[in-house]
Design a protein around this ligand. Structure first.
Ligand code: C2E
Ligand code: MG
Ligand code: MG
Ligand code: MG
Length: 289
């Protein structure tokens, strides 16, 4: 039936576009099954606390272990989830899996602050705060071990309502972080209106190309200072070189994340990675000099 409907609209579709739409529809059906069959998996990327040089947290990043196509990155299936009303169940799966993981690590003496990426659908559902605290309480996890990351687009629909929910999350102990800061156009306004506690400076600023170090440094310094004036801590994302890490520390970022520190890894690899990291940890600003 879907195919027949597609054929009726064929005059606005080139064959290529139609093939692409059909592939997306197939992927959506597979994704619906994947949610039930537990084919999704979270990988975790370390967050480095620069003043101590210690890894203090992780960002949860979803992947899909597809039965035929292997491990898929979020860019390959989140747009499909969005287009086919699967974002809500997917987000719920992520929140449950992440909070259970925090609890599991706590049981072995590993207290890591875990950041979870939040979607526009979660904000507009009106139950974000309830959902977050239900997941925390089901897993037996204190709110201080959770960070929610949001982007400009995820709050765009109703910024005022988003701000209320963010304030409520923070009032009850869950940190709220603005992701990819500096990648949009109206970013400065966000700092004024959104009650965030953390800013993740987009990798387009952090991951400067050689020859642009001074301009990158000026941009990062401005963002960090702005954040500081608003009582917001900064995290440099997309740190890929020792030079970028040193710059982040020099410019007073509190945290850093990036391939130079570690790539996202399966949950099983986390305890070993963290204990090795803690064994040699030293303040980054000092180490870089
Ligand atoms: P994000 O939240 O900004 O996450 C950072 C992305 O940058 C991740 O890609 C990470 O692997 C990548 N990355 C980290 N360090 C570096 C680096 O040094 N260099 C470069 N080039 N890349 C780096 P990933 O895992 O493919 O995720 C892409 C985006 O998908 C995320 O961007 C986030 O917006 C979204 N996403 C991931 N997991 C979830 C999830 O569970 N829920 C939702 N709603 N969105 C998610
Ligand atoms: Mg993120
Ligand atoms: Mg980001
Ligand atoms: Mg991003």
């Amino acid at each position: 039936a879907a195919k027949a409907a597609g054929r009726n609209r064929v005059h606005v579709f080139s064959p290529d576009l139609r093939a692409a739409a059909e592939r997306r529809a197939t992927l959506a059906n597979e994704l619906r099954d994947a949610l039930v069959r537990d084919e999704l998996v979270l990988h975790y990327q370390p967050v480095l606390h620069l003043p101590s040089g210690r890894c203090t947290g992780m960002e949860a990043l979803v992947r899909w272990q597809h039965p035929e196509r292997g491990l898929l990155a979020p860019g390959e299936f989140l747009p499909t989830a969005q287009a086919h009303d699967l974002m809500t169940p997917l987000a719920r799966w992520v929140m449950t899996a992440a909070t259970r993981q925090i609890a599991e690590w706590s049981r072995i003496g590993l207290d890591l602050v875990v950041a979870v990426n939040i979607t526009a659908e979660q904000f507009s559902s009106g139950t974000l705060v309830e959902d977050v605290f239900a997941a925390l309480s089901d897993a037996g996890v204190p709110p201080e071990l959770l960070v929610v990351e949001l982007t400009e687009t995820s709050v765009a629909e109703d910024p005022e309502r988003a701000a209320q929910q963010m304030a409520e999350l923070r009032r009850r102990g869950v940190e709220v972080s603005i992701d990819d800061f500096g990648s949009g156009f109206s970013s400065l306004g966000q700092l004024v209106t959104l009650p965030a506690g953390m800013l993740k400076i987009d990798r387009s600023l952090v991951n400067y190309t050689e020859g642009h170090r001074d301009r990158a440094a000026a941009a990062i310094a401005a963002v960090v200072a702005l954040g500081k004036a608003c009582g917001i801590r900064s995290l440099a994302e997309g740190v890929e070189t020792a030079g970028q890490l040193a710059l982040a520390a020099e410019l007073d970022c509190t945290f850093a994340q990036g391939f130079h520190i570690a790539r996202p890894m399966p949950a099983e690899a986390v305890p070993g990675w963290v204990s090795a990291q803690h064994a040699t940890a030293a303040p980054v600003a000092l180490a870089a000099r």
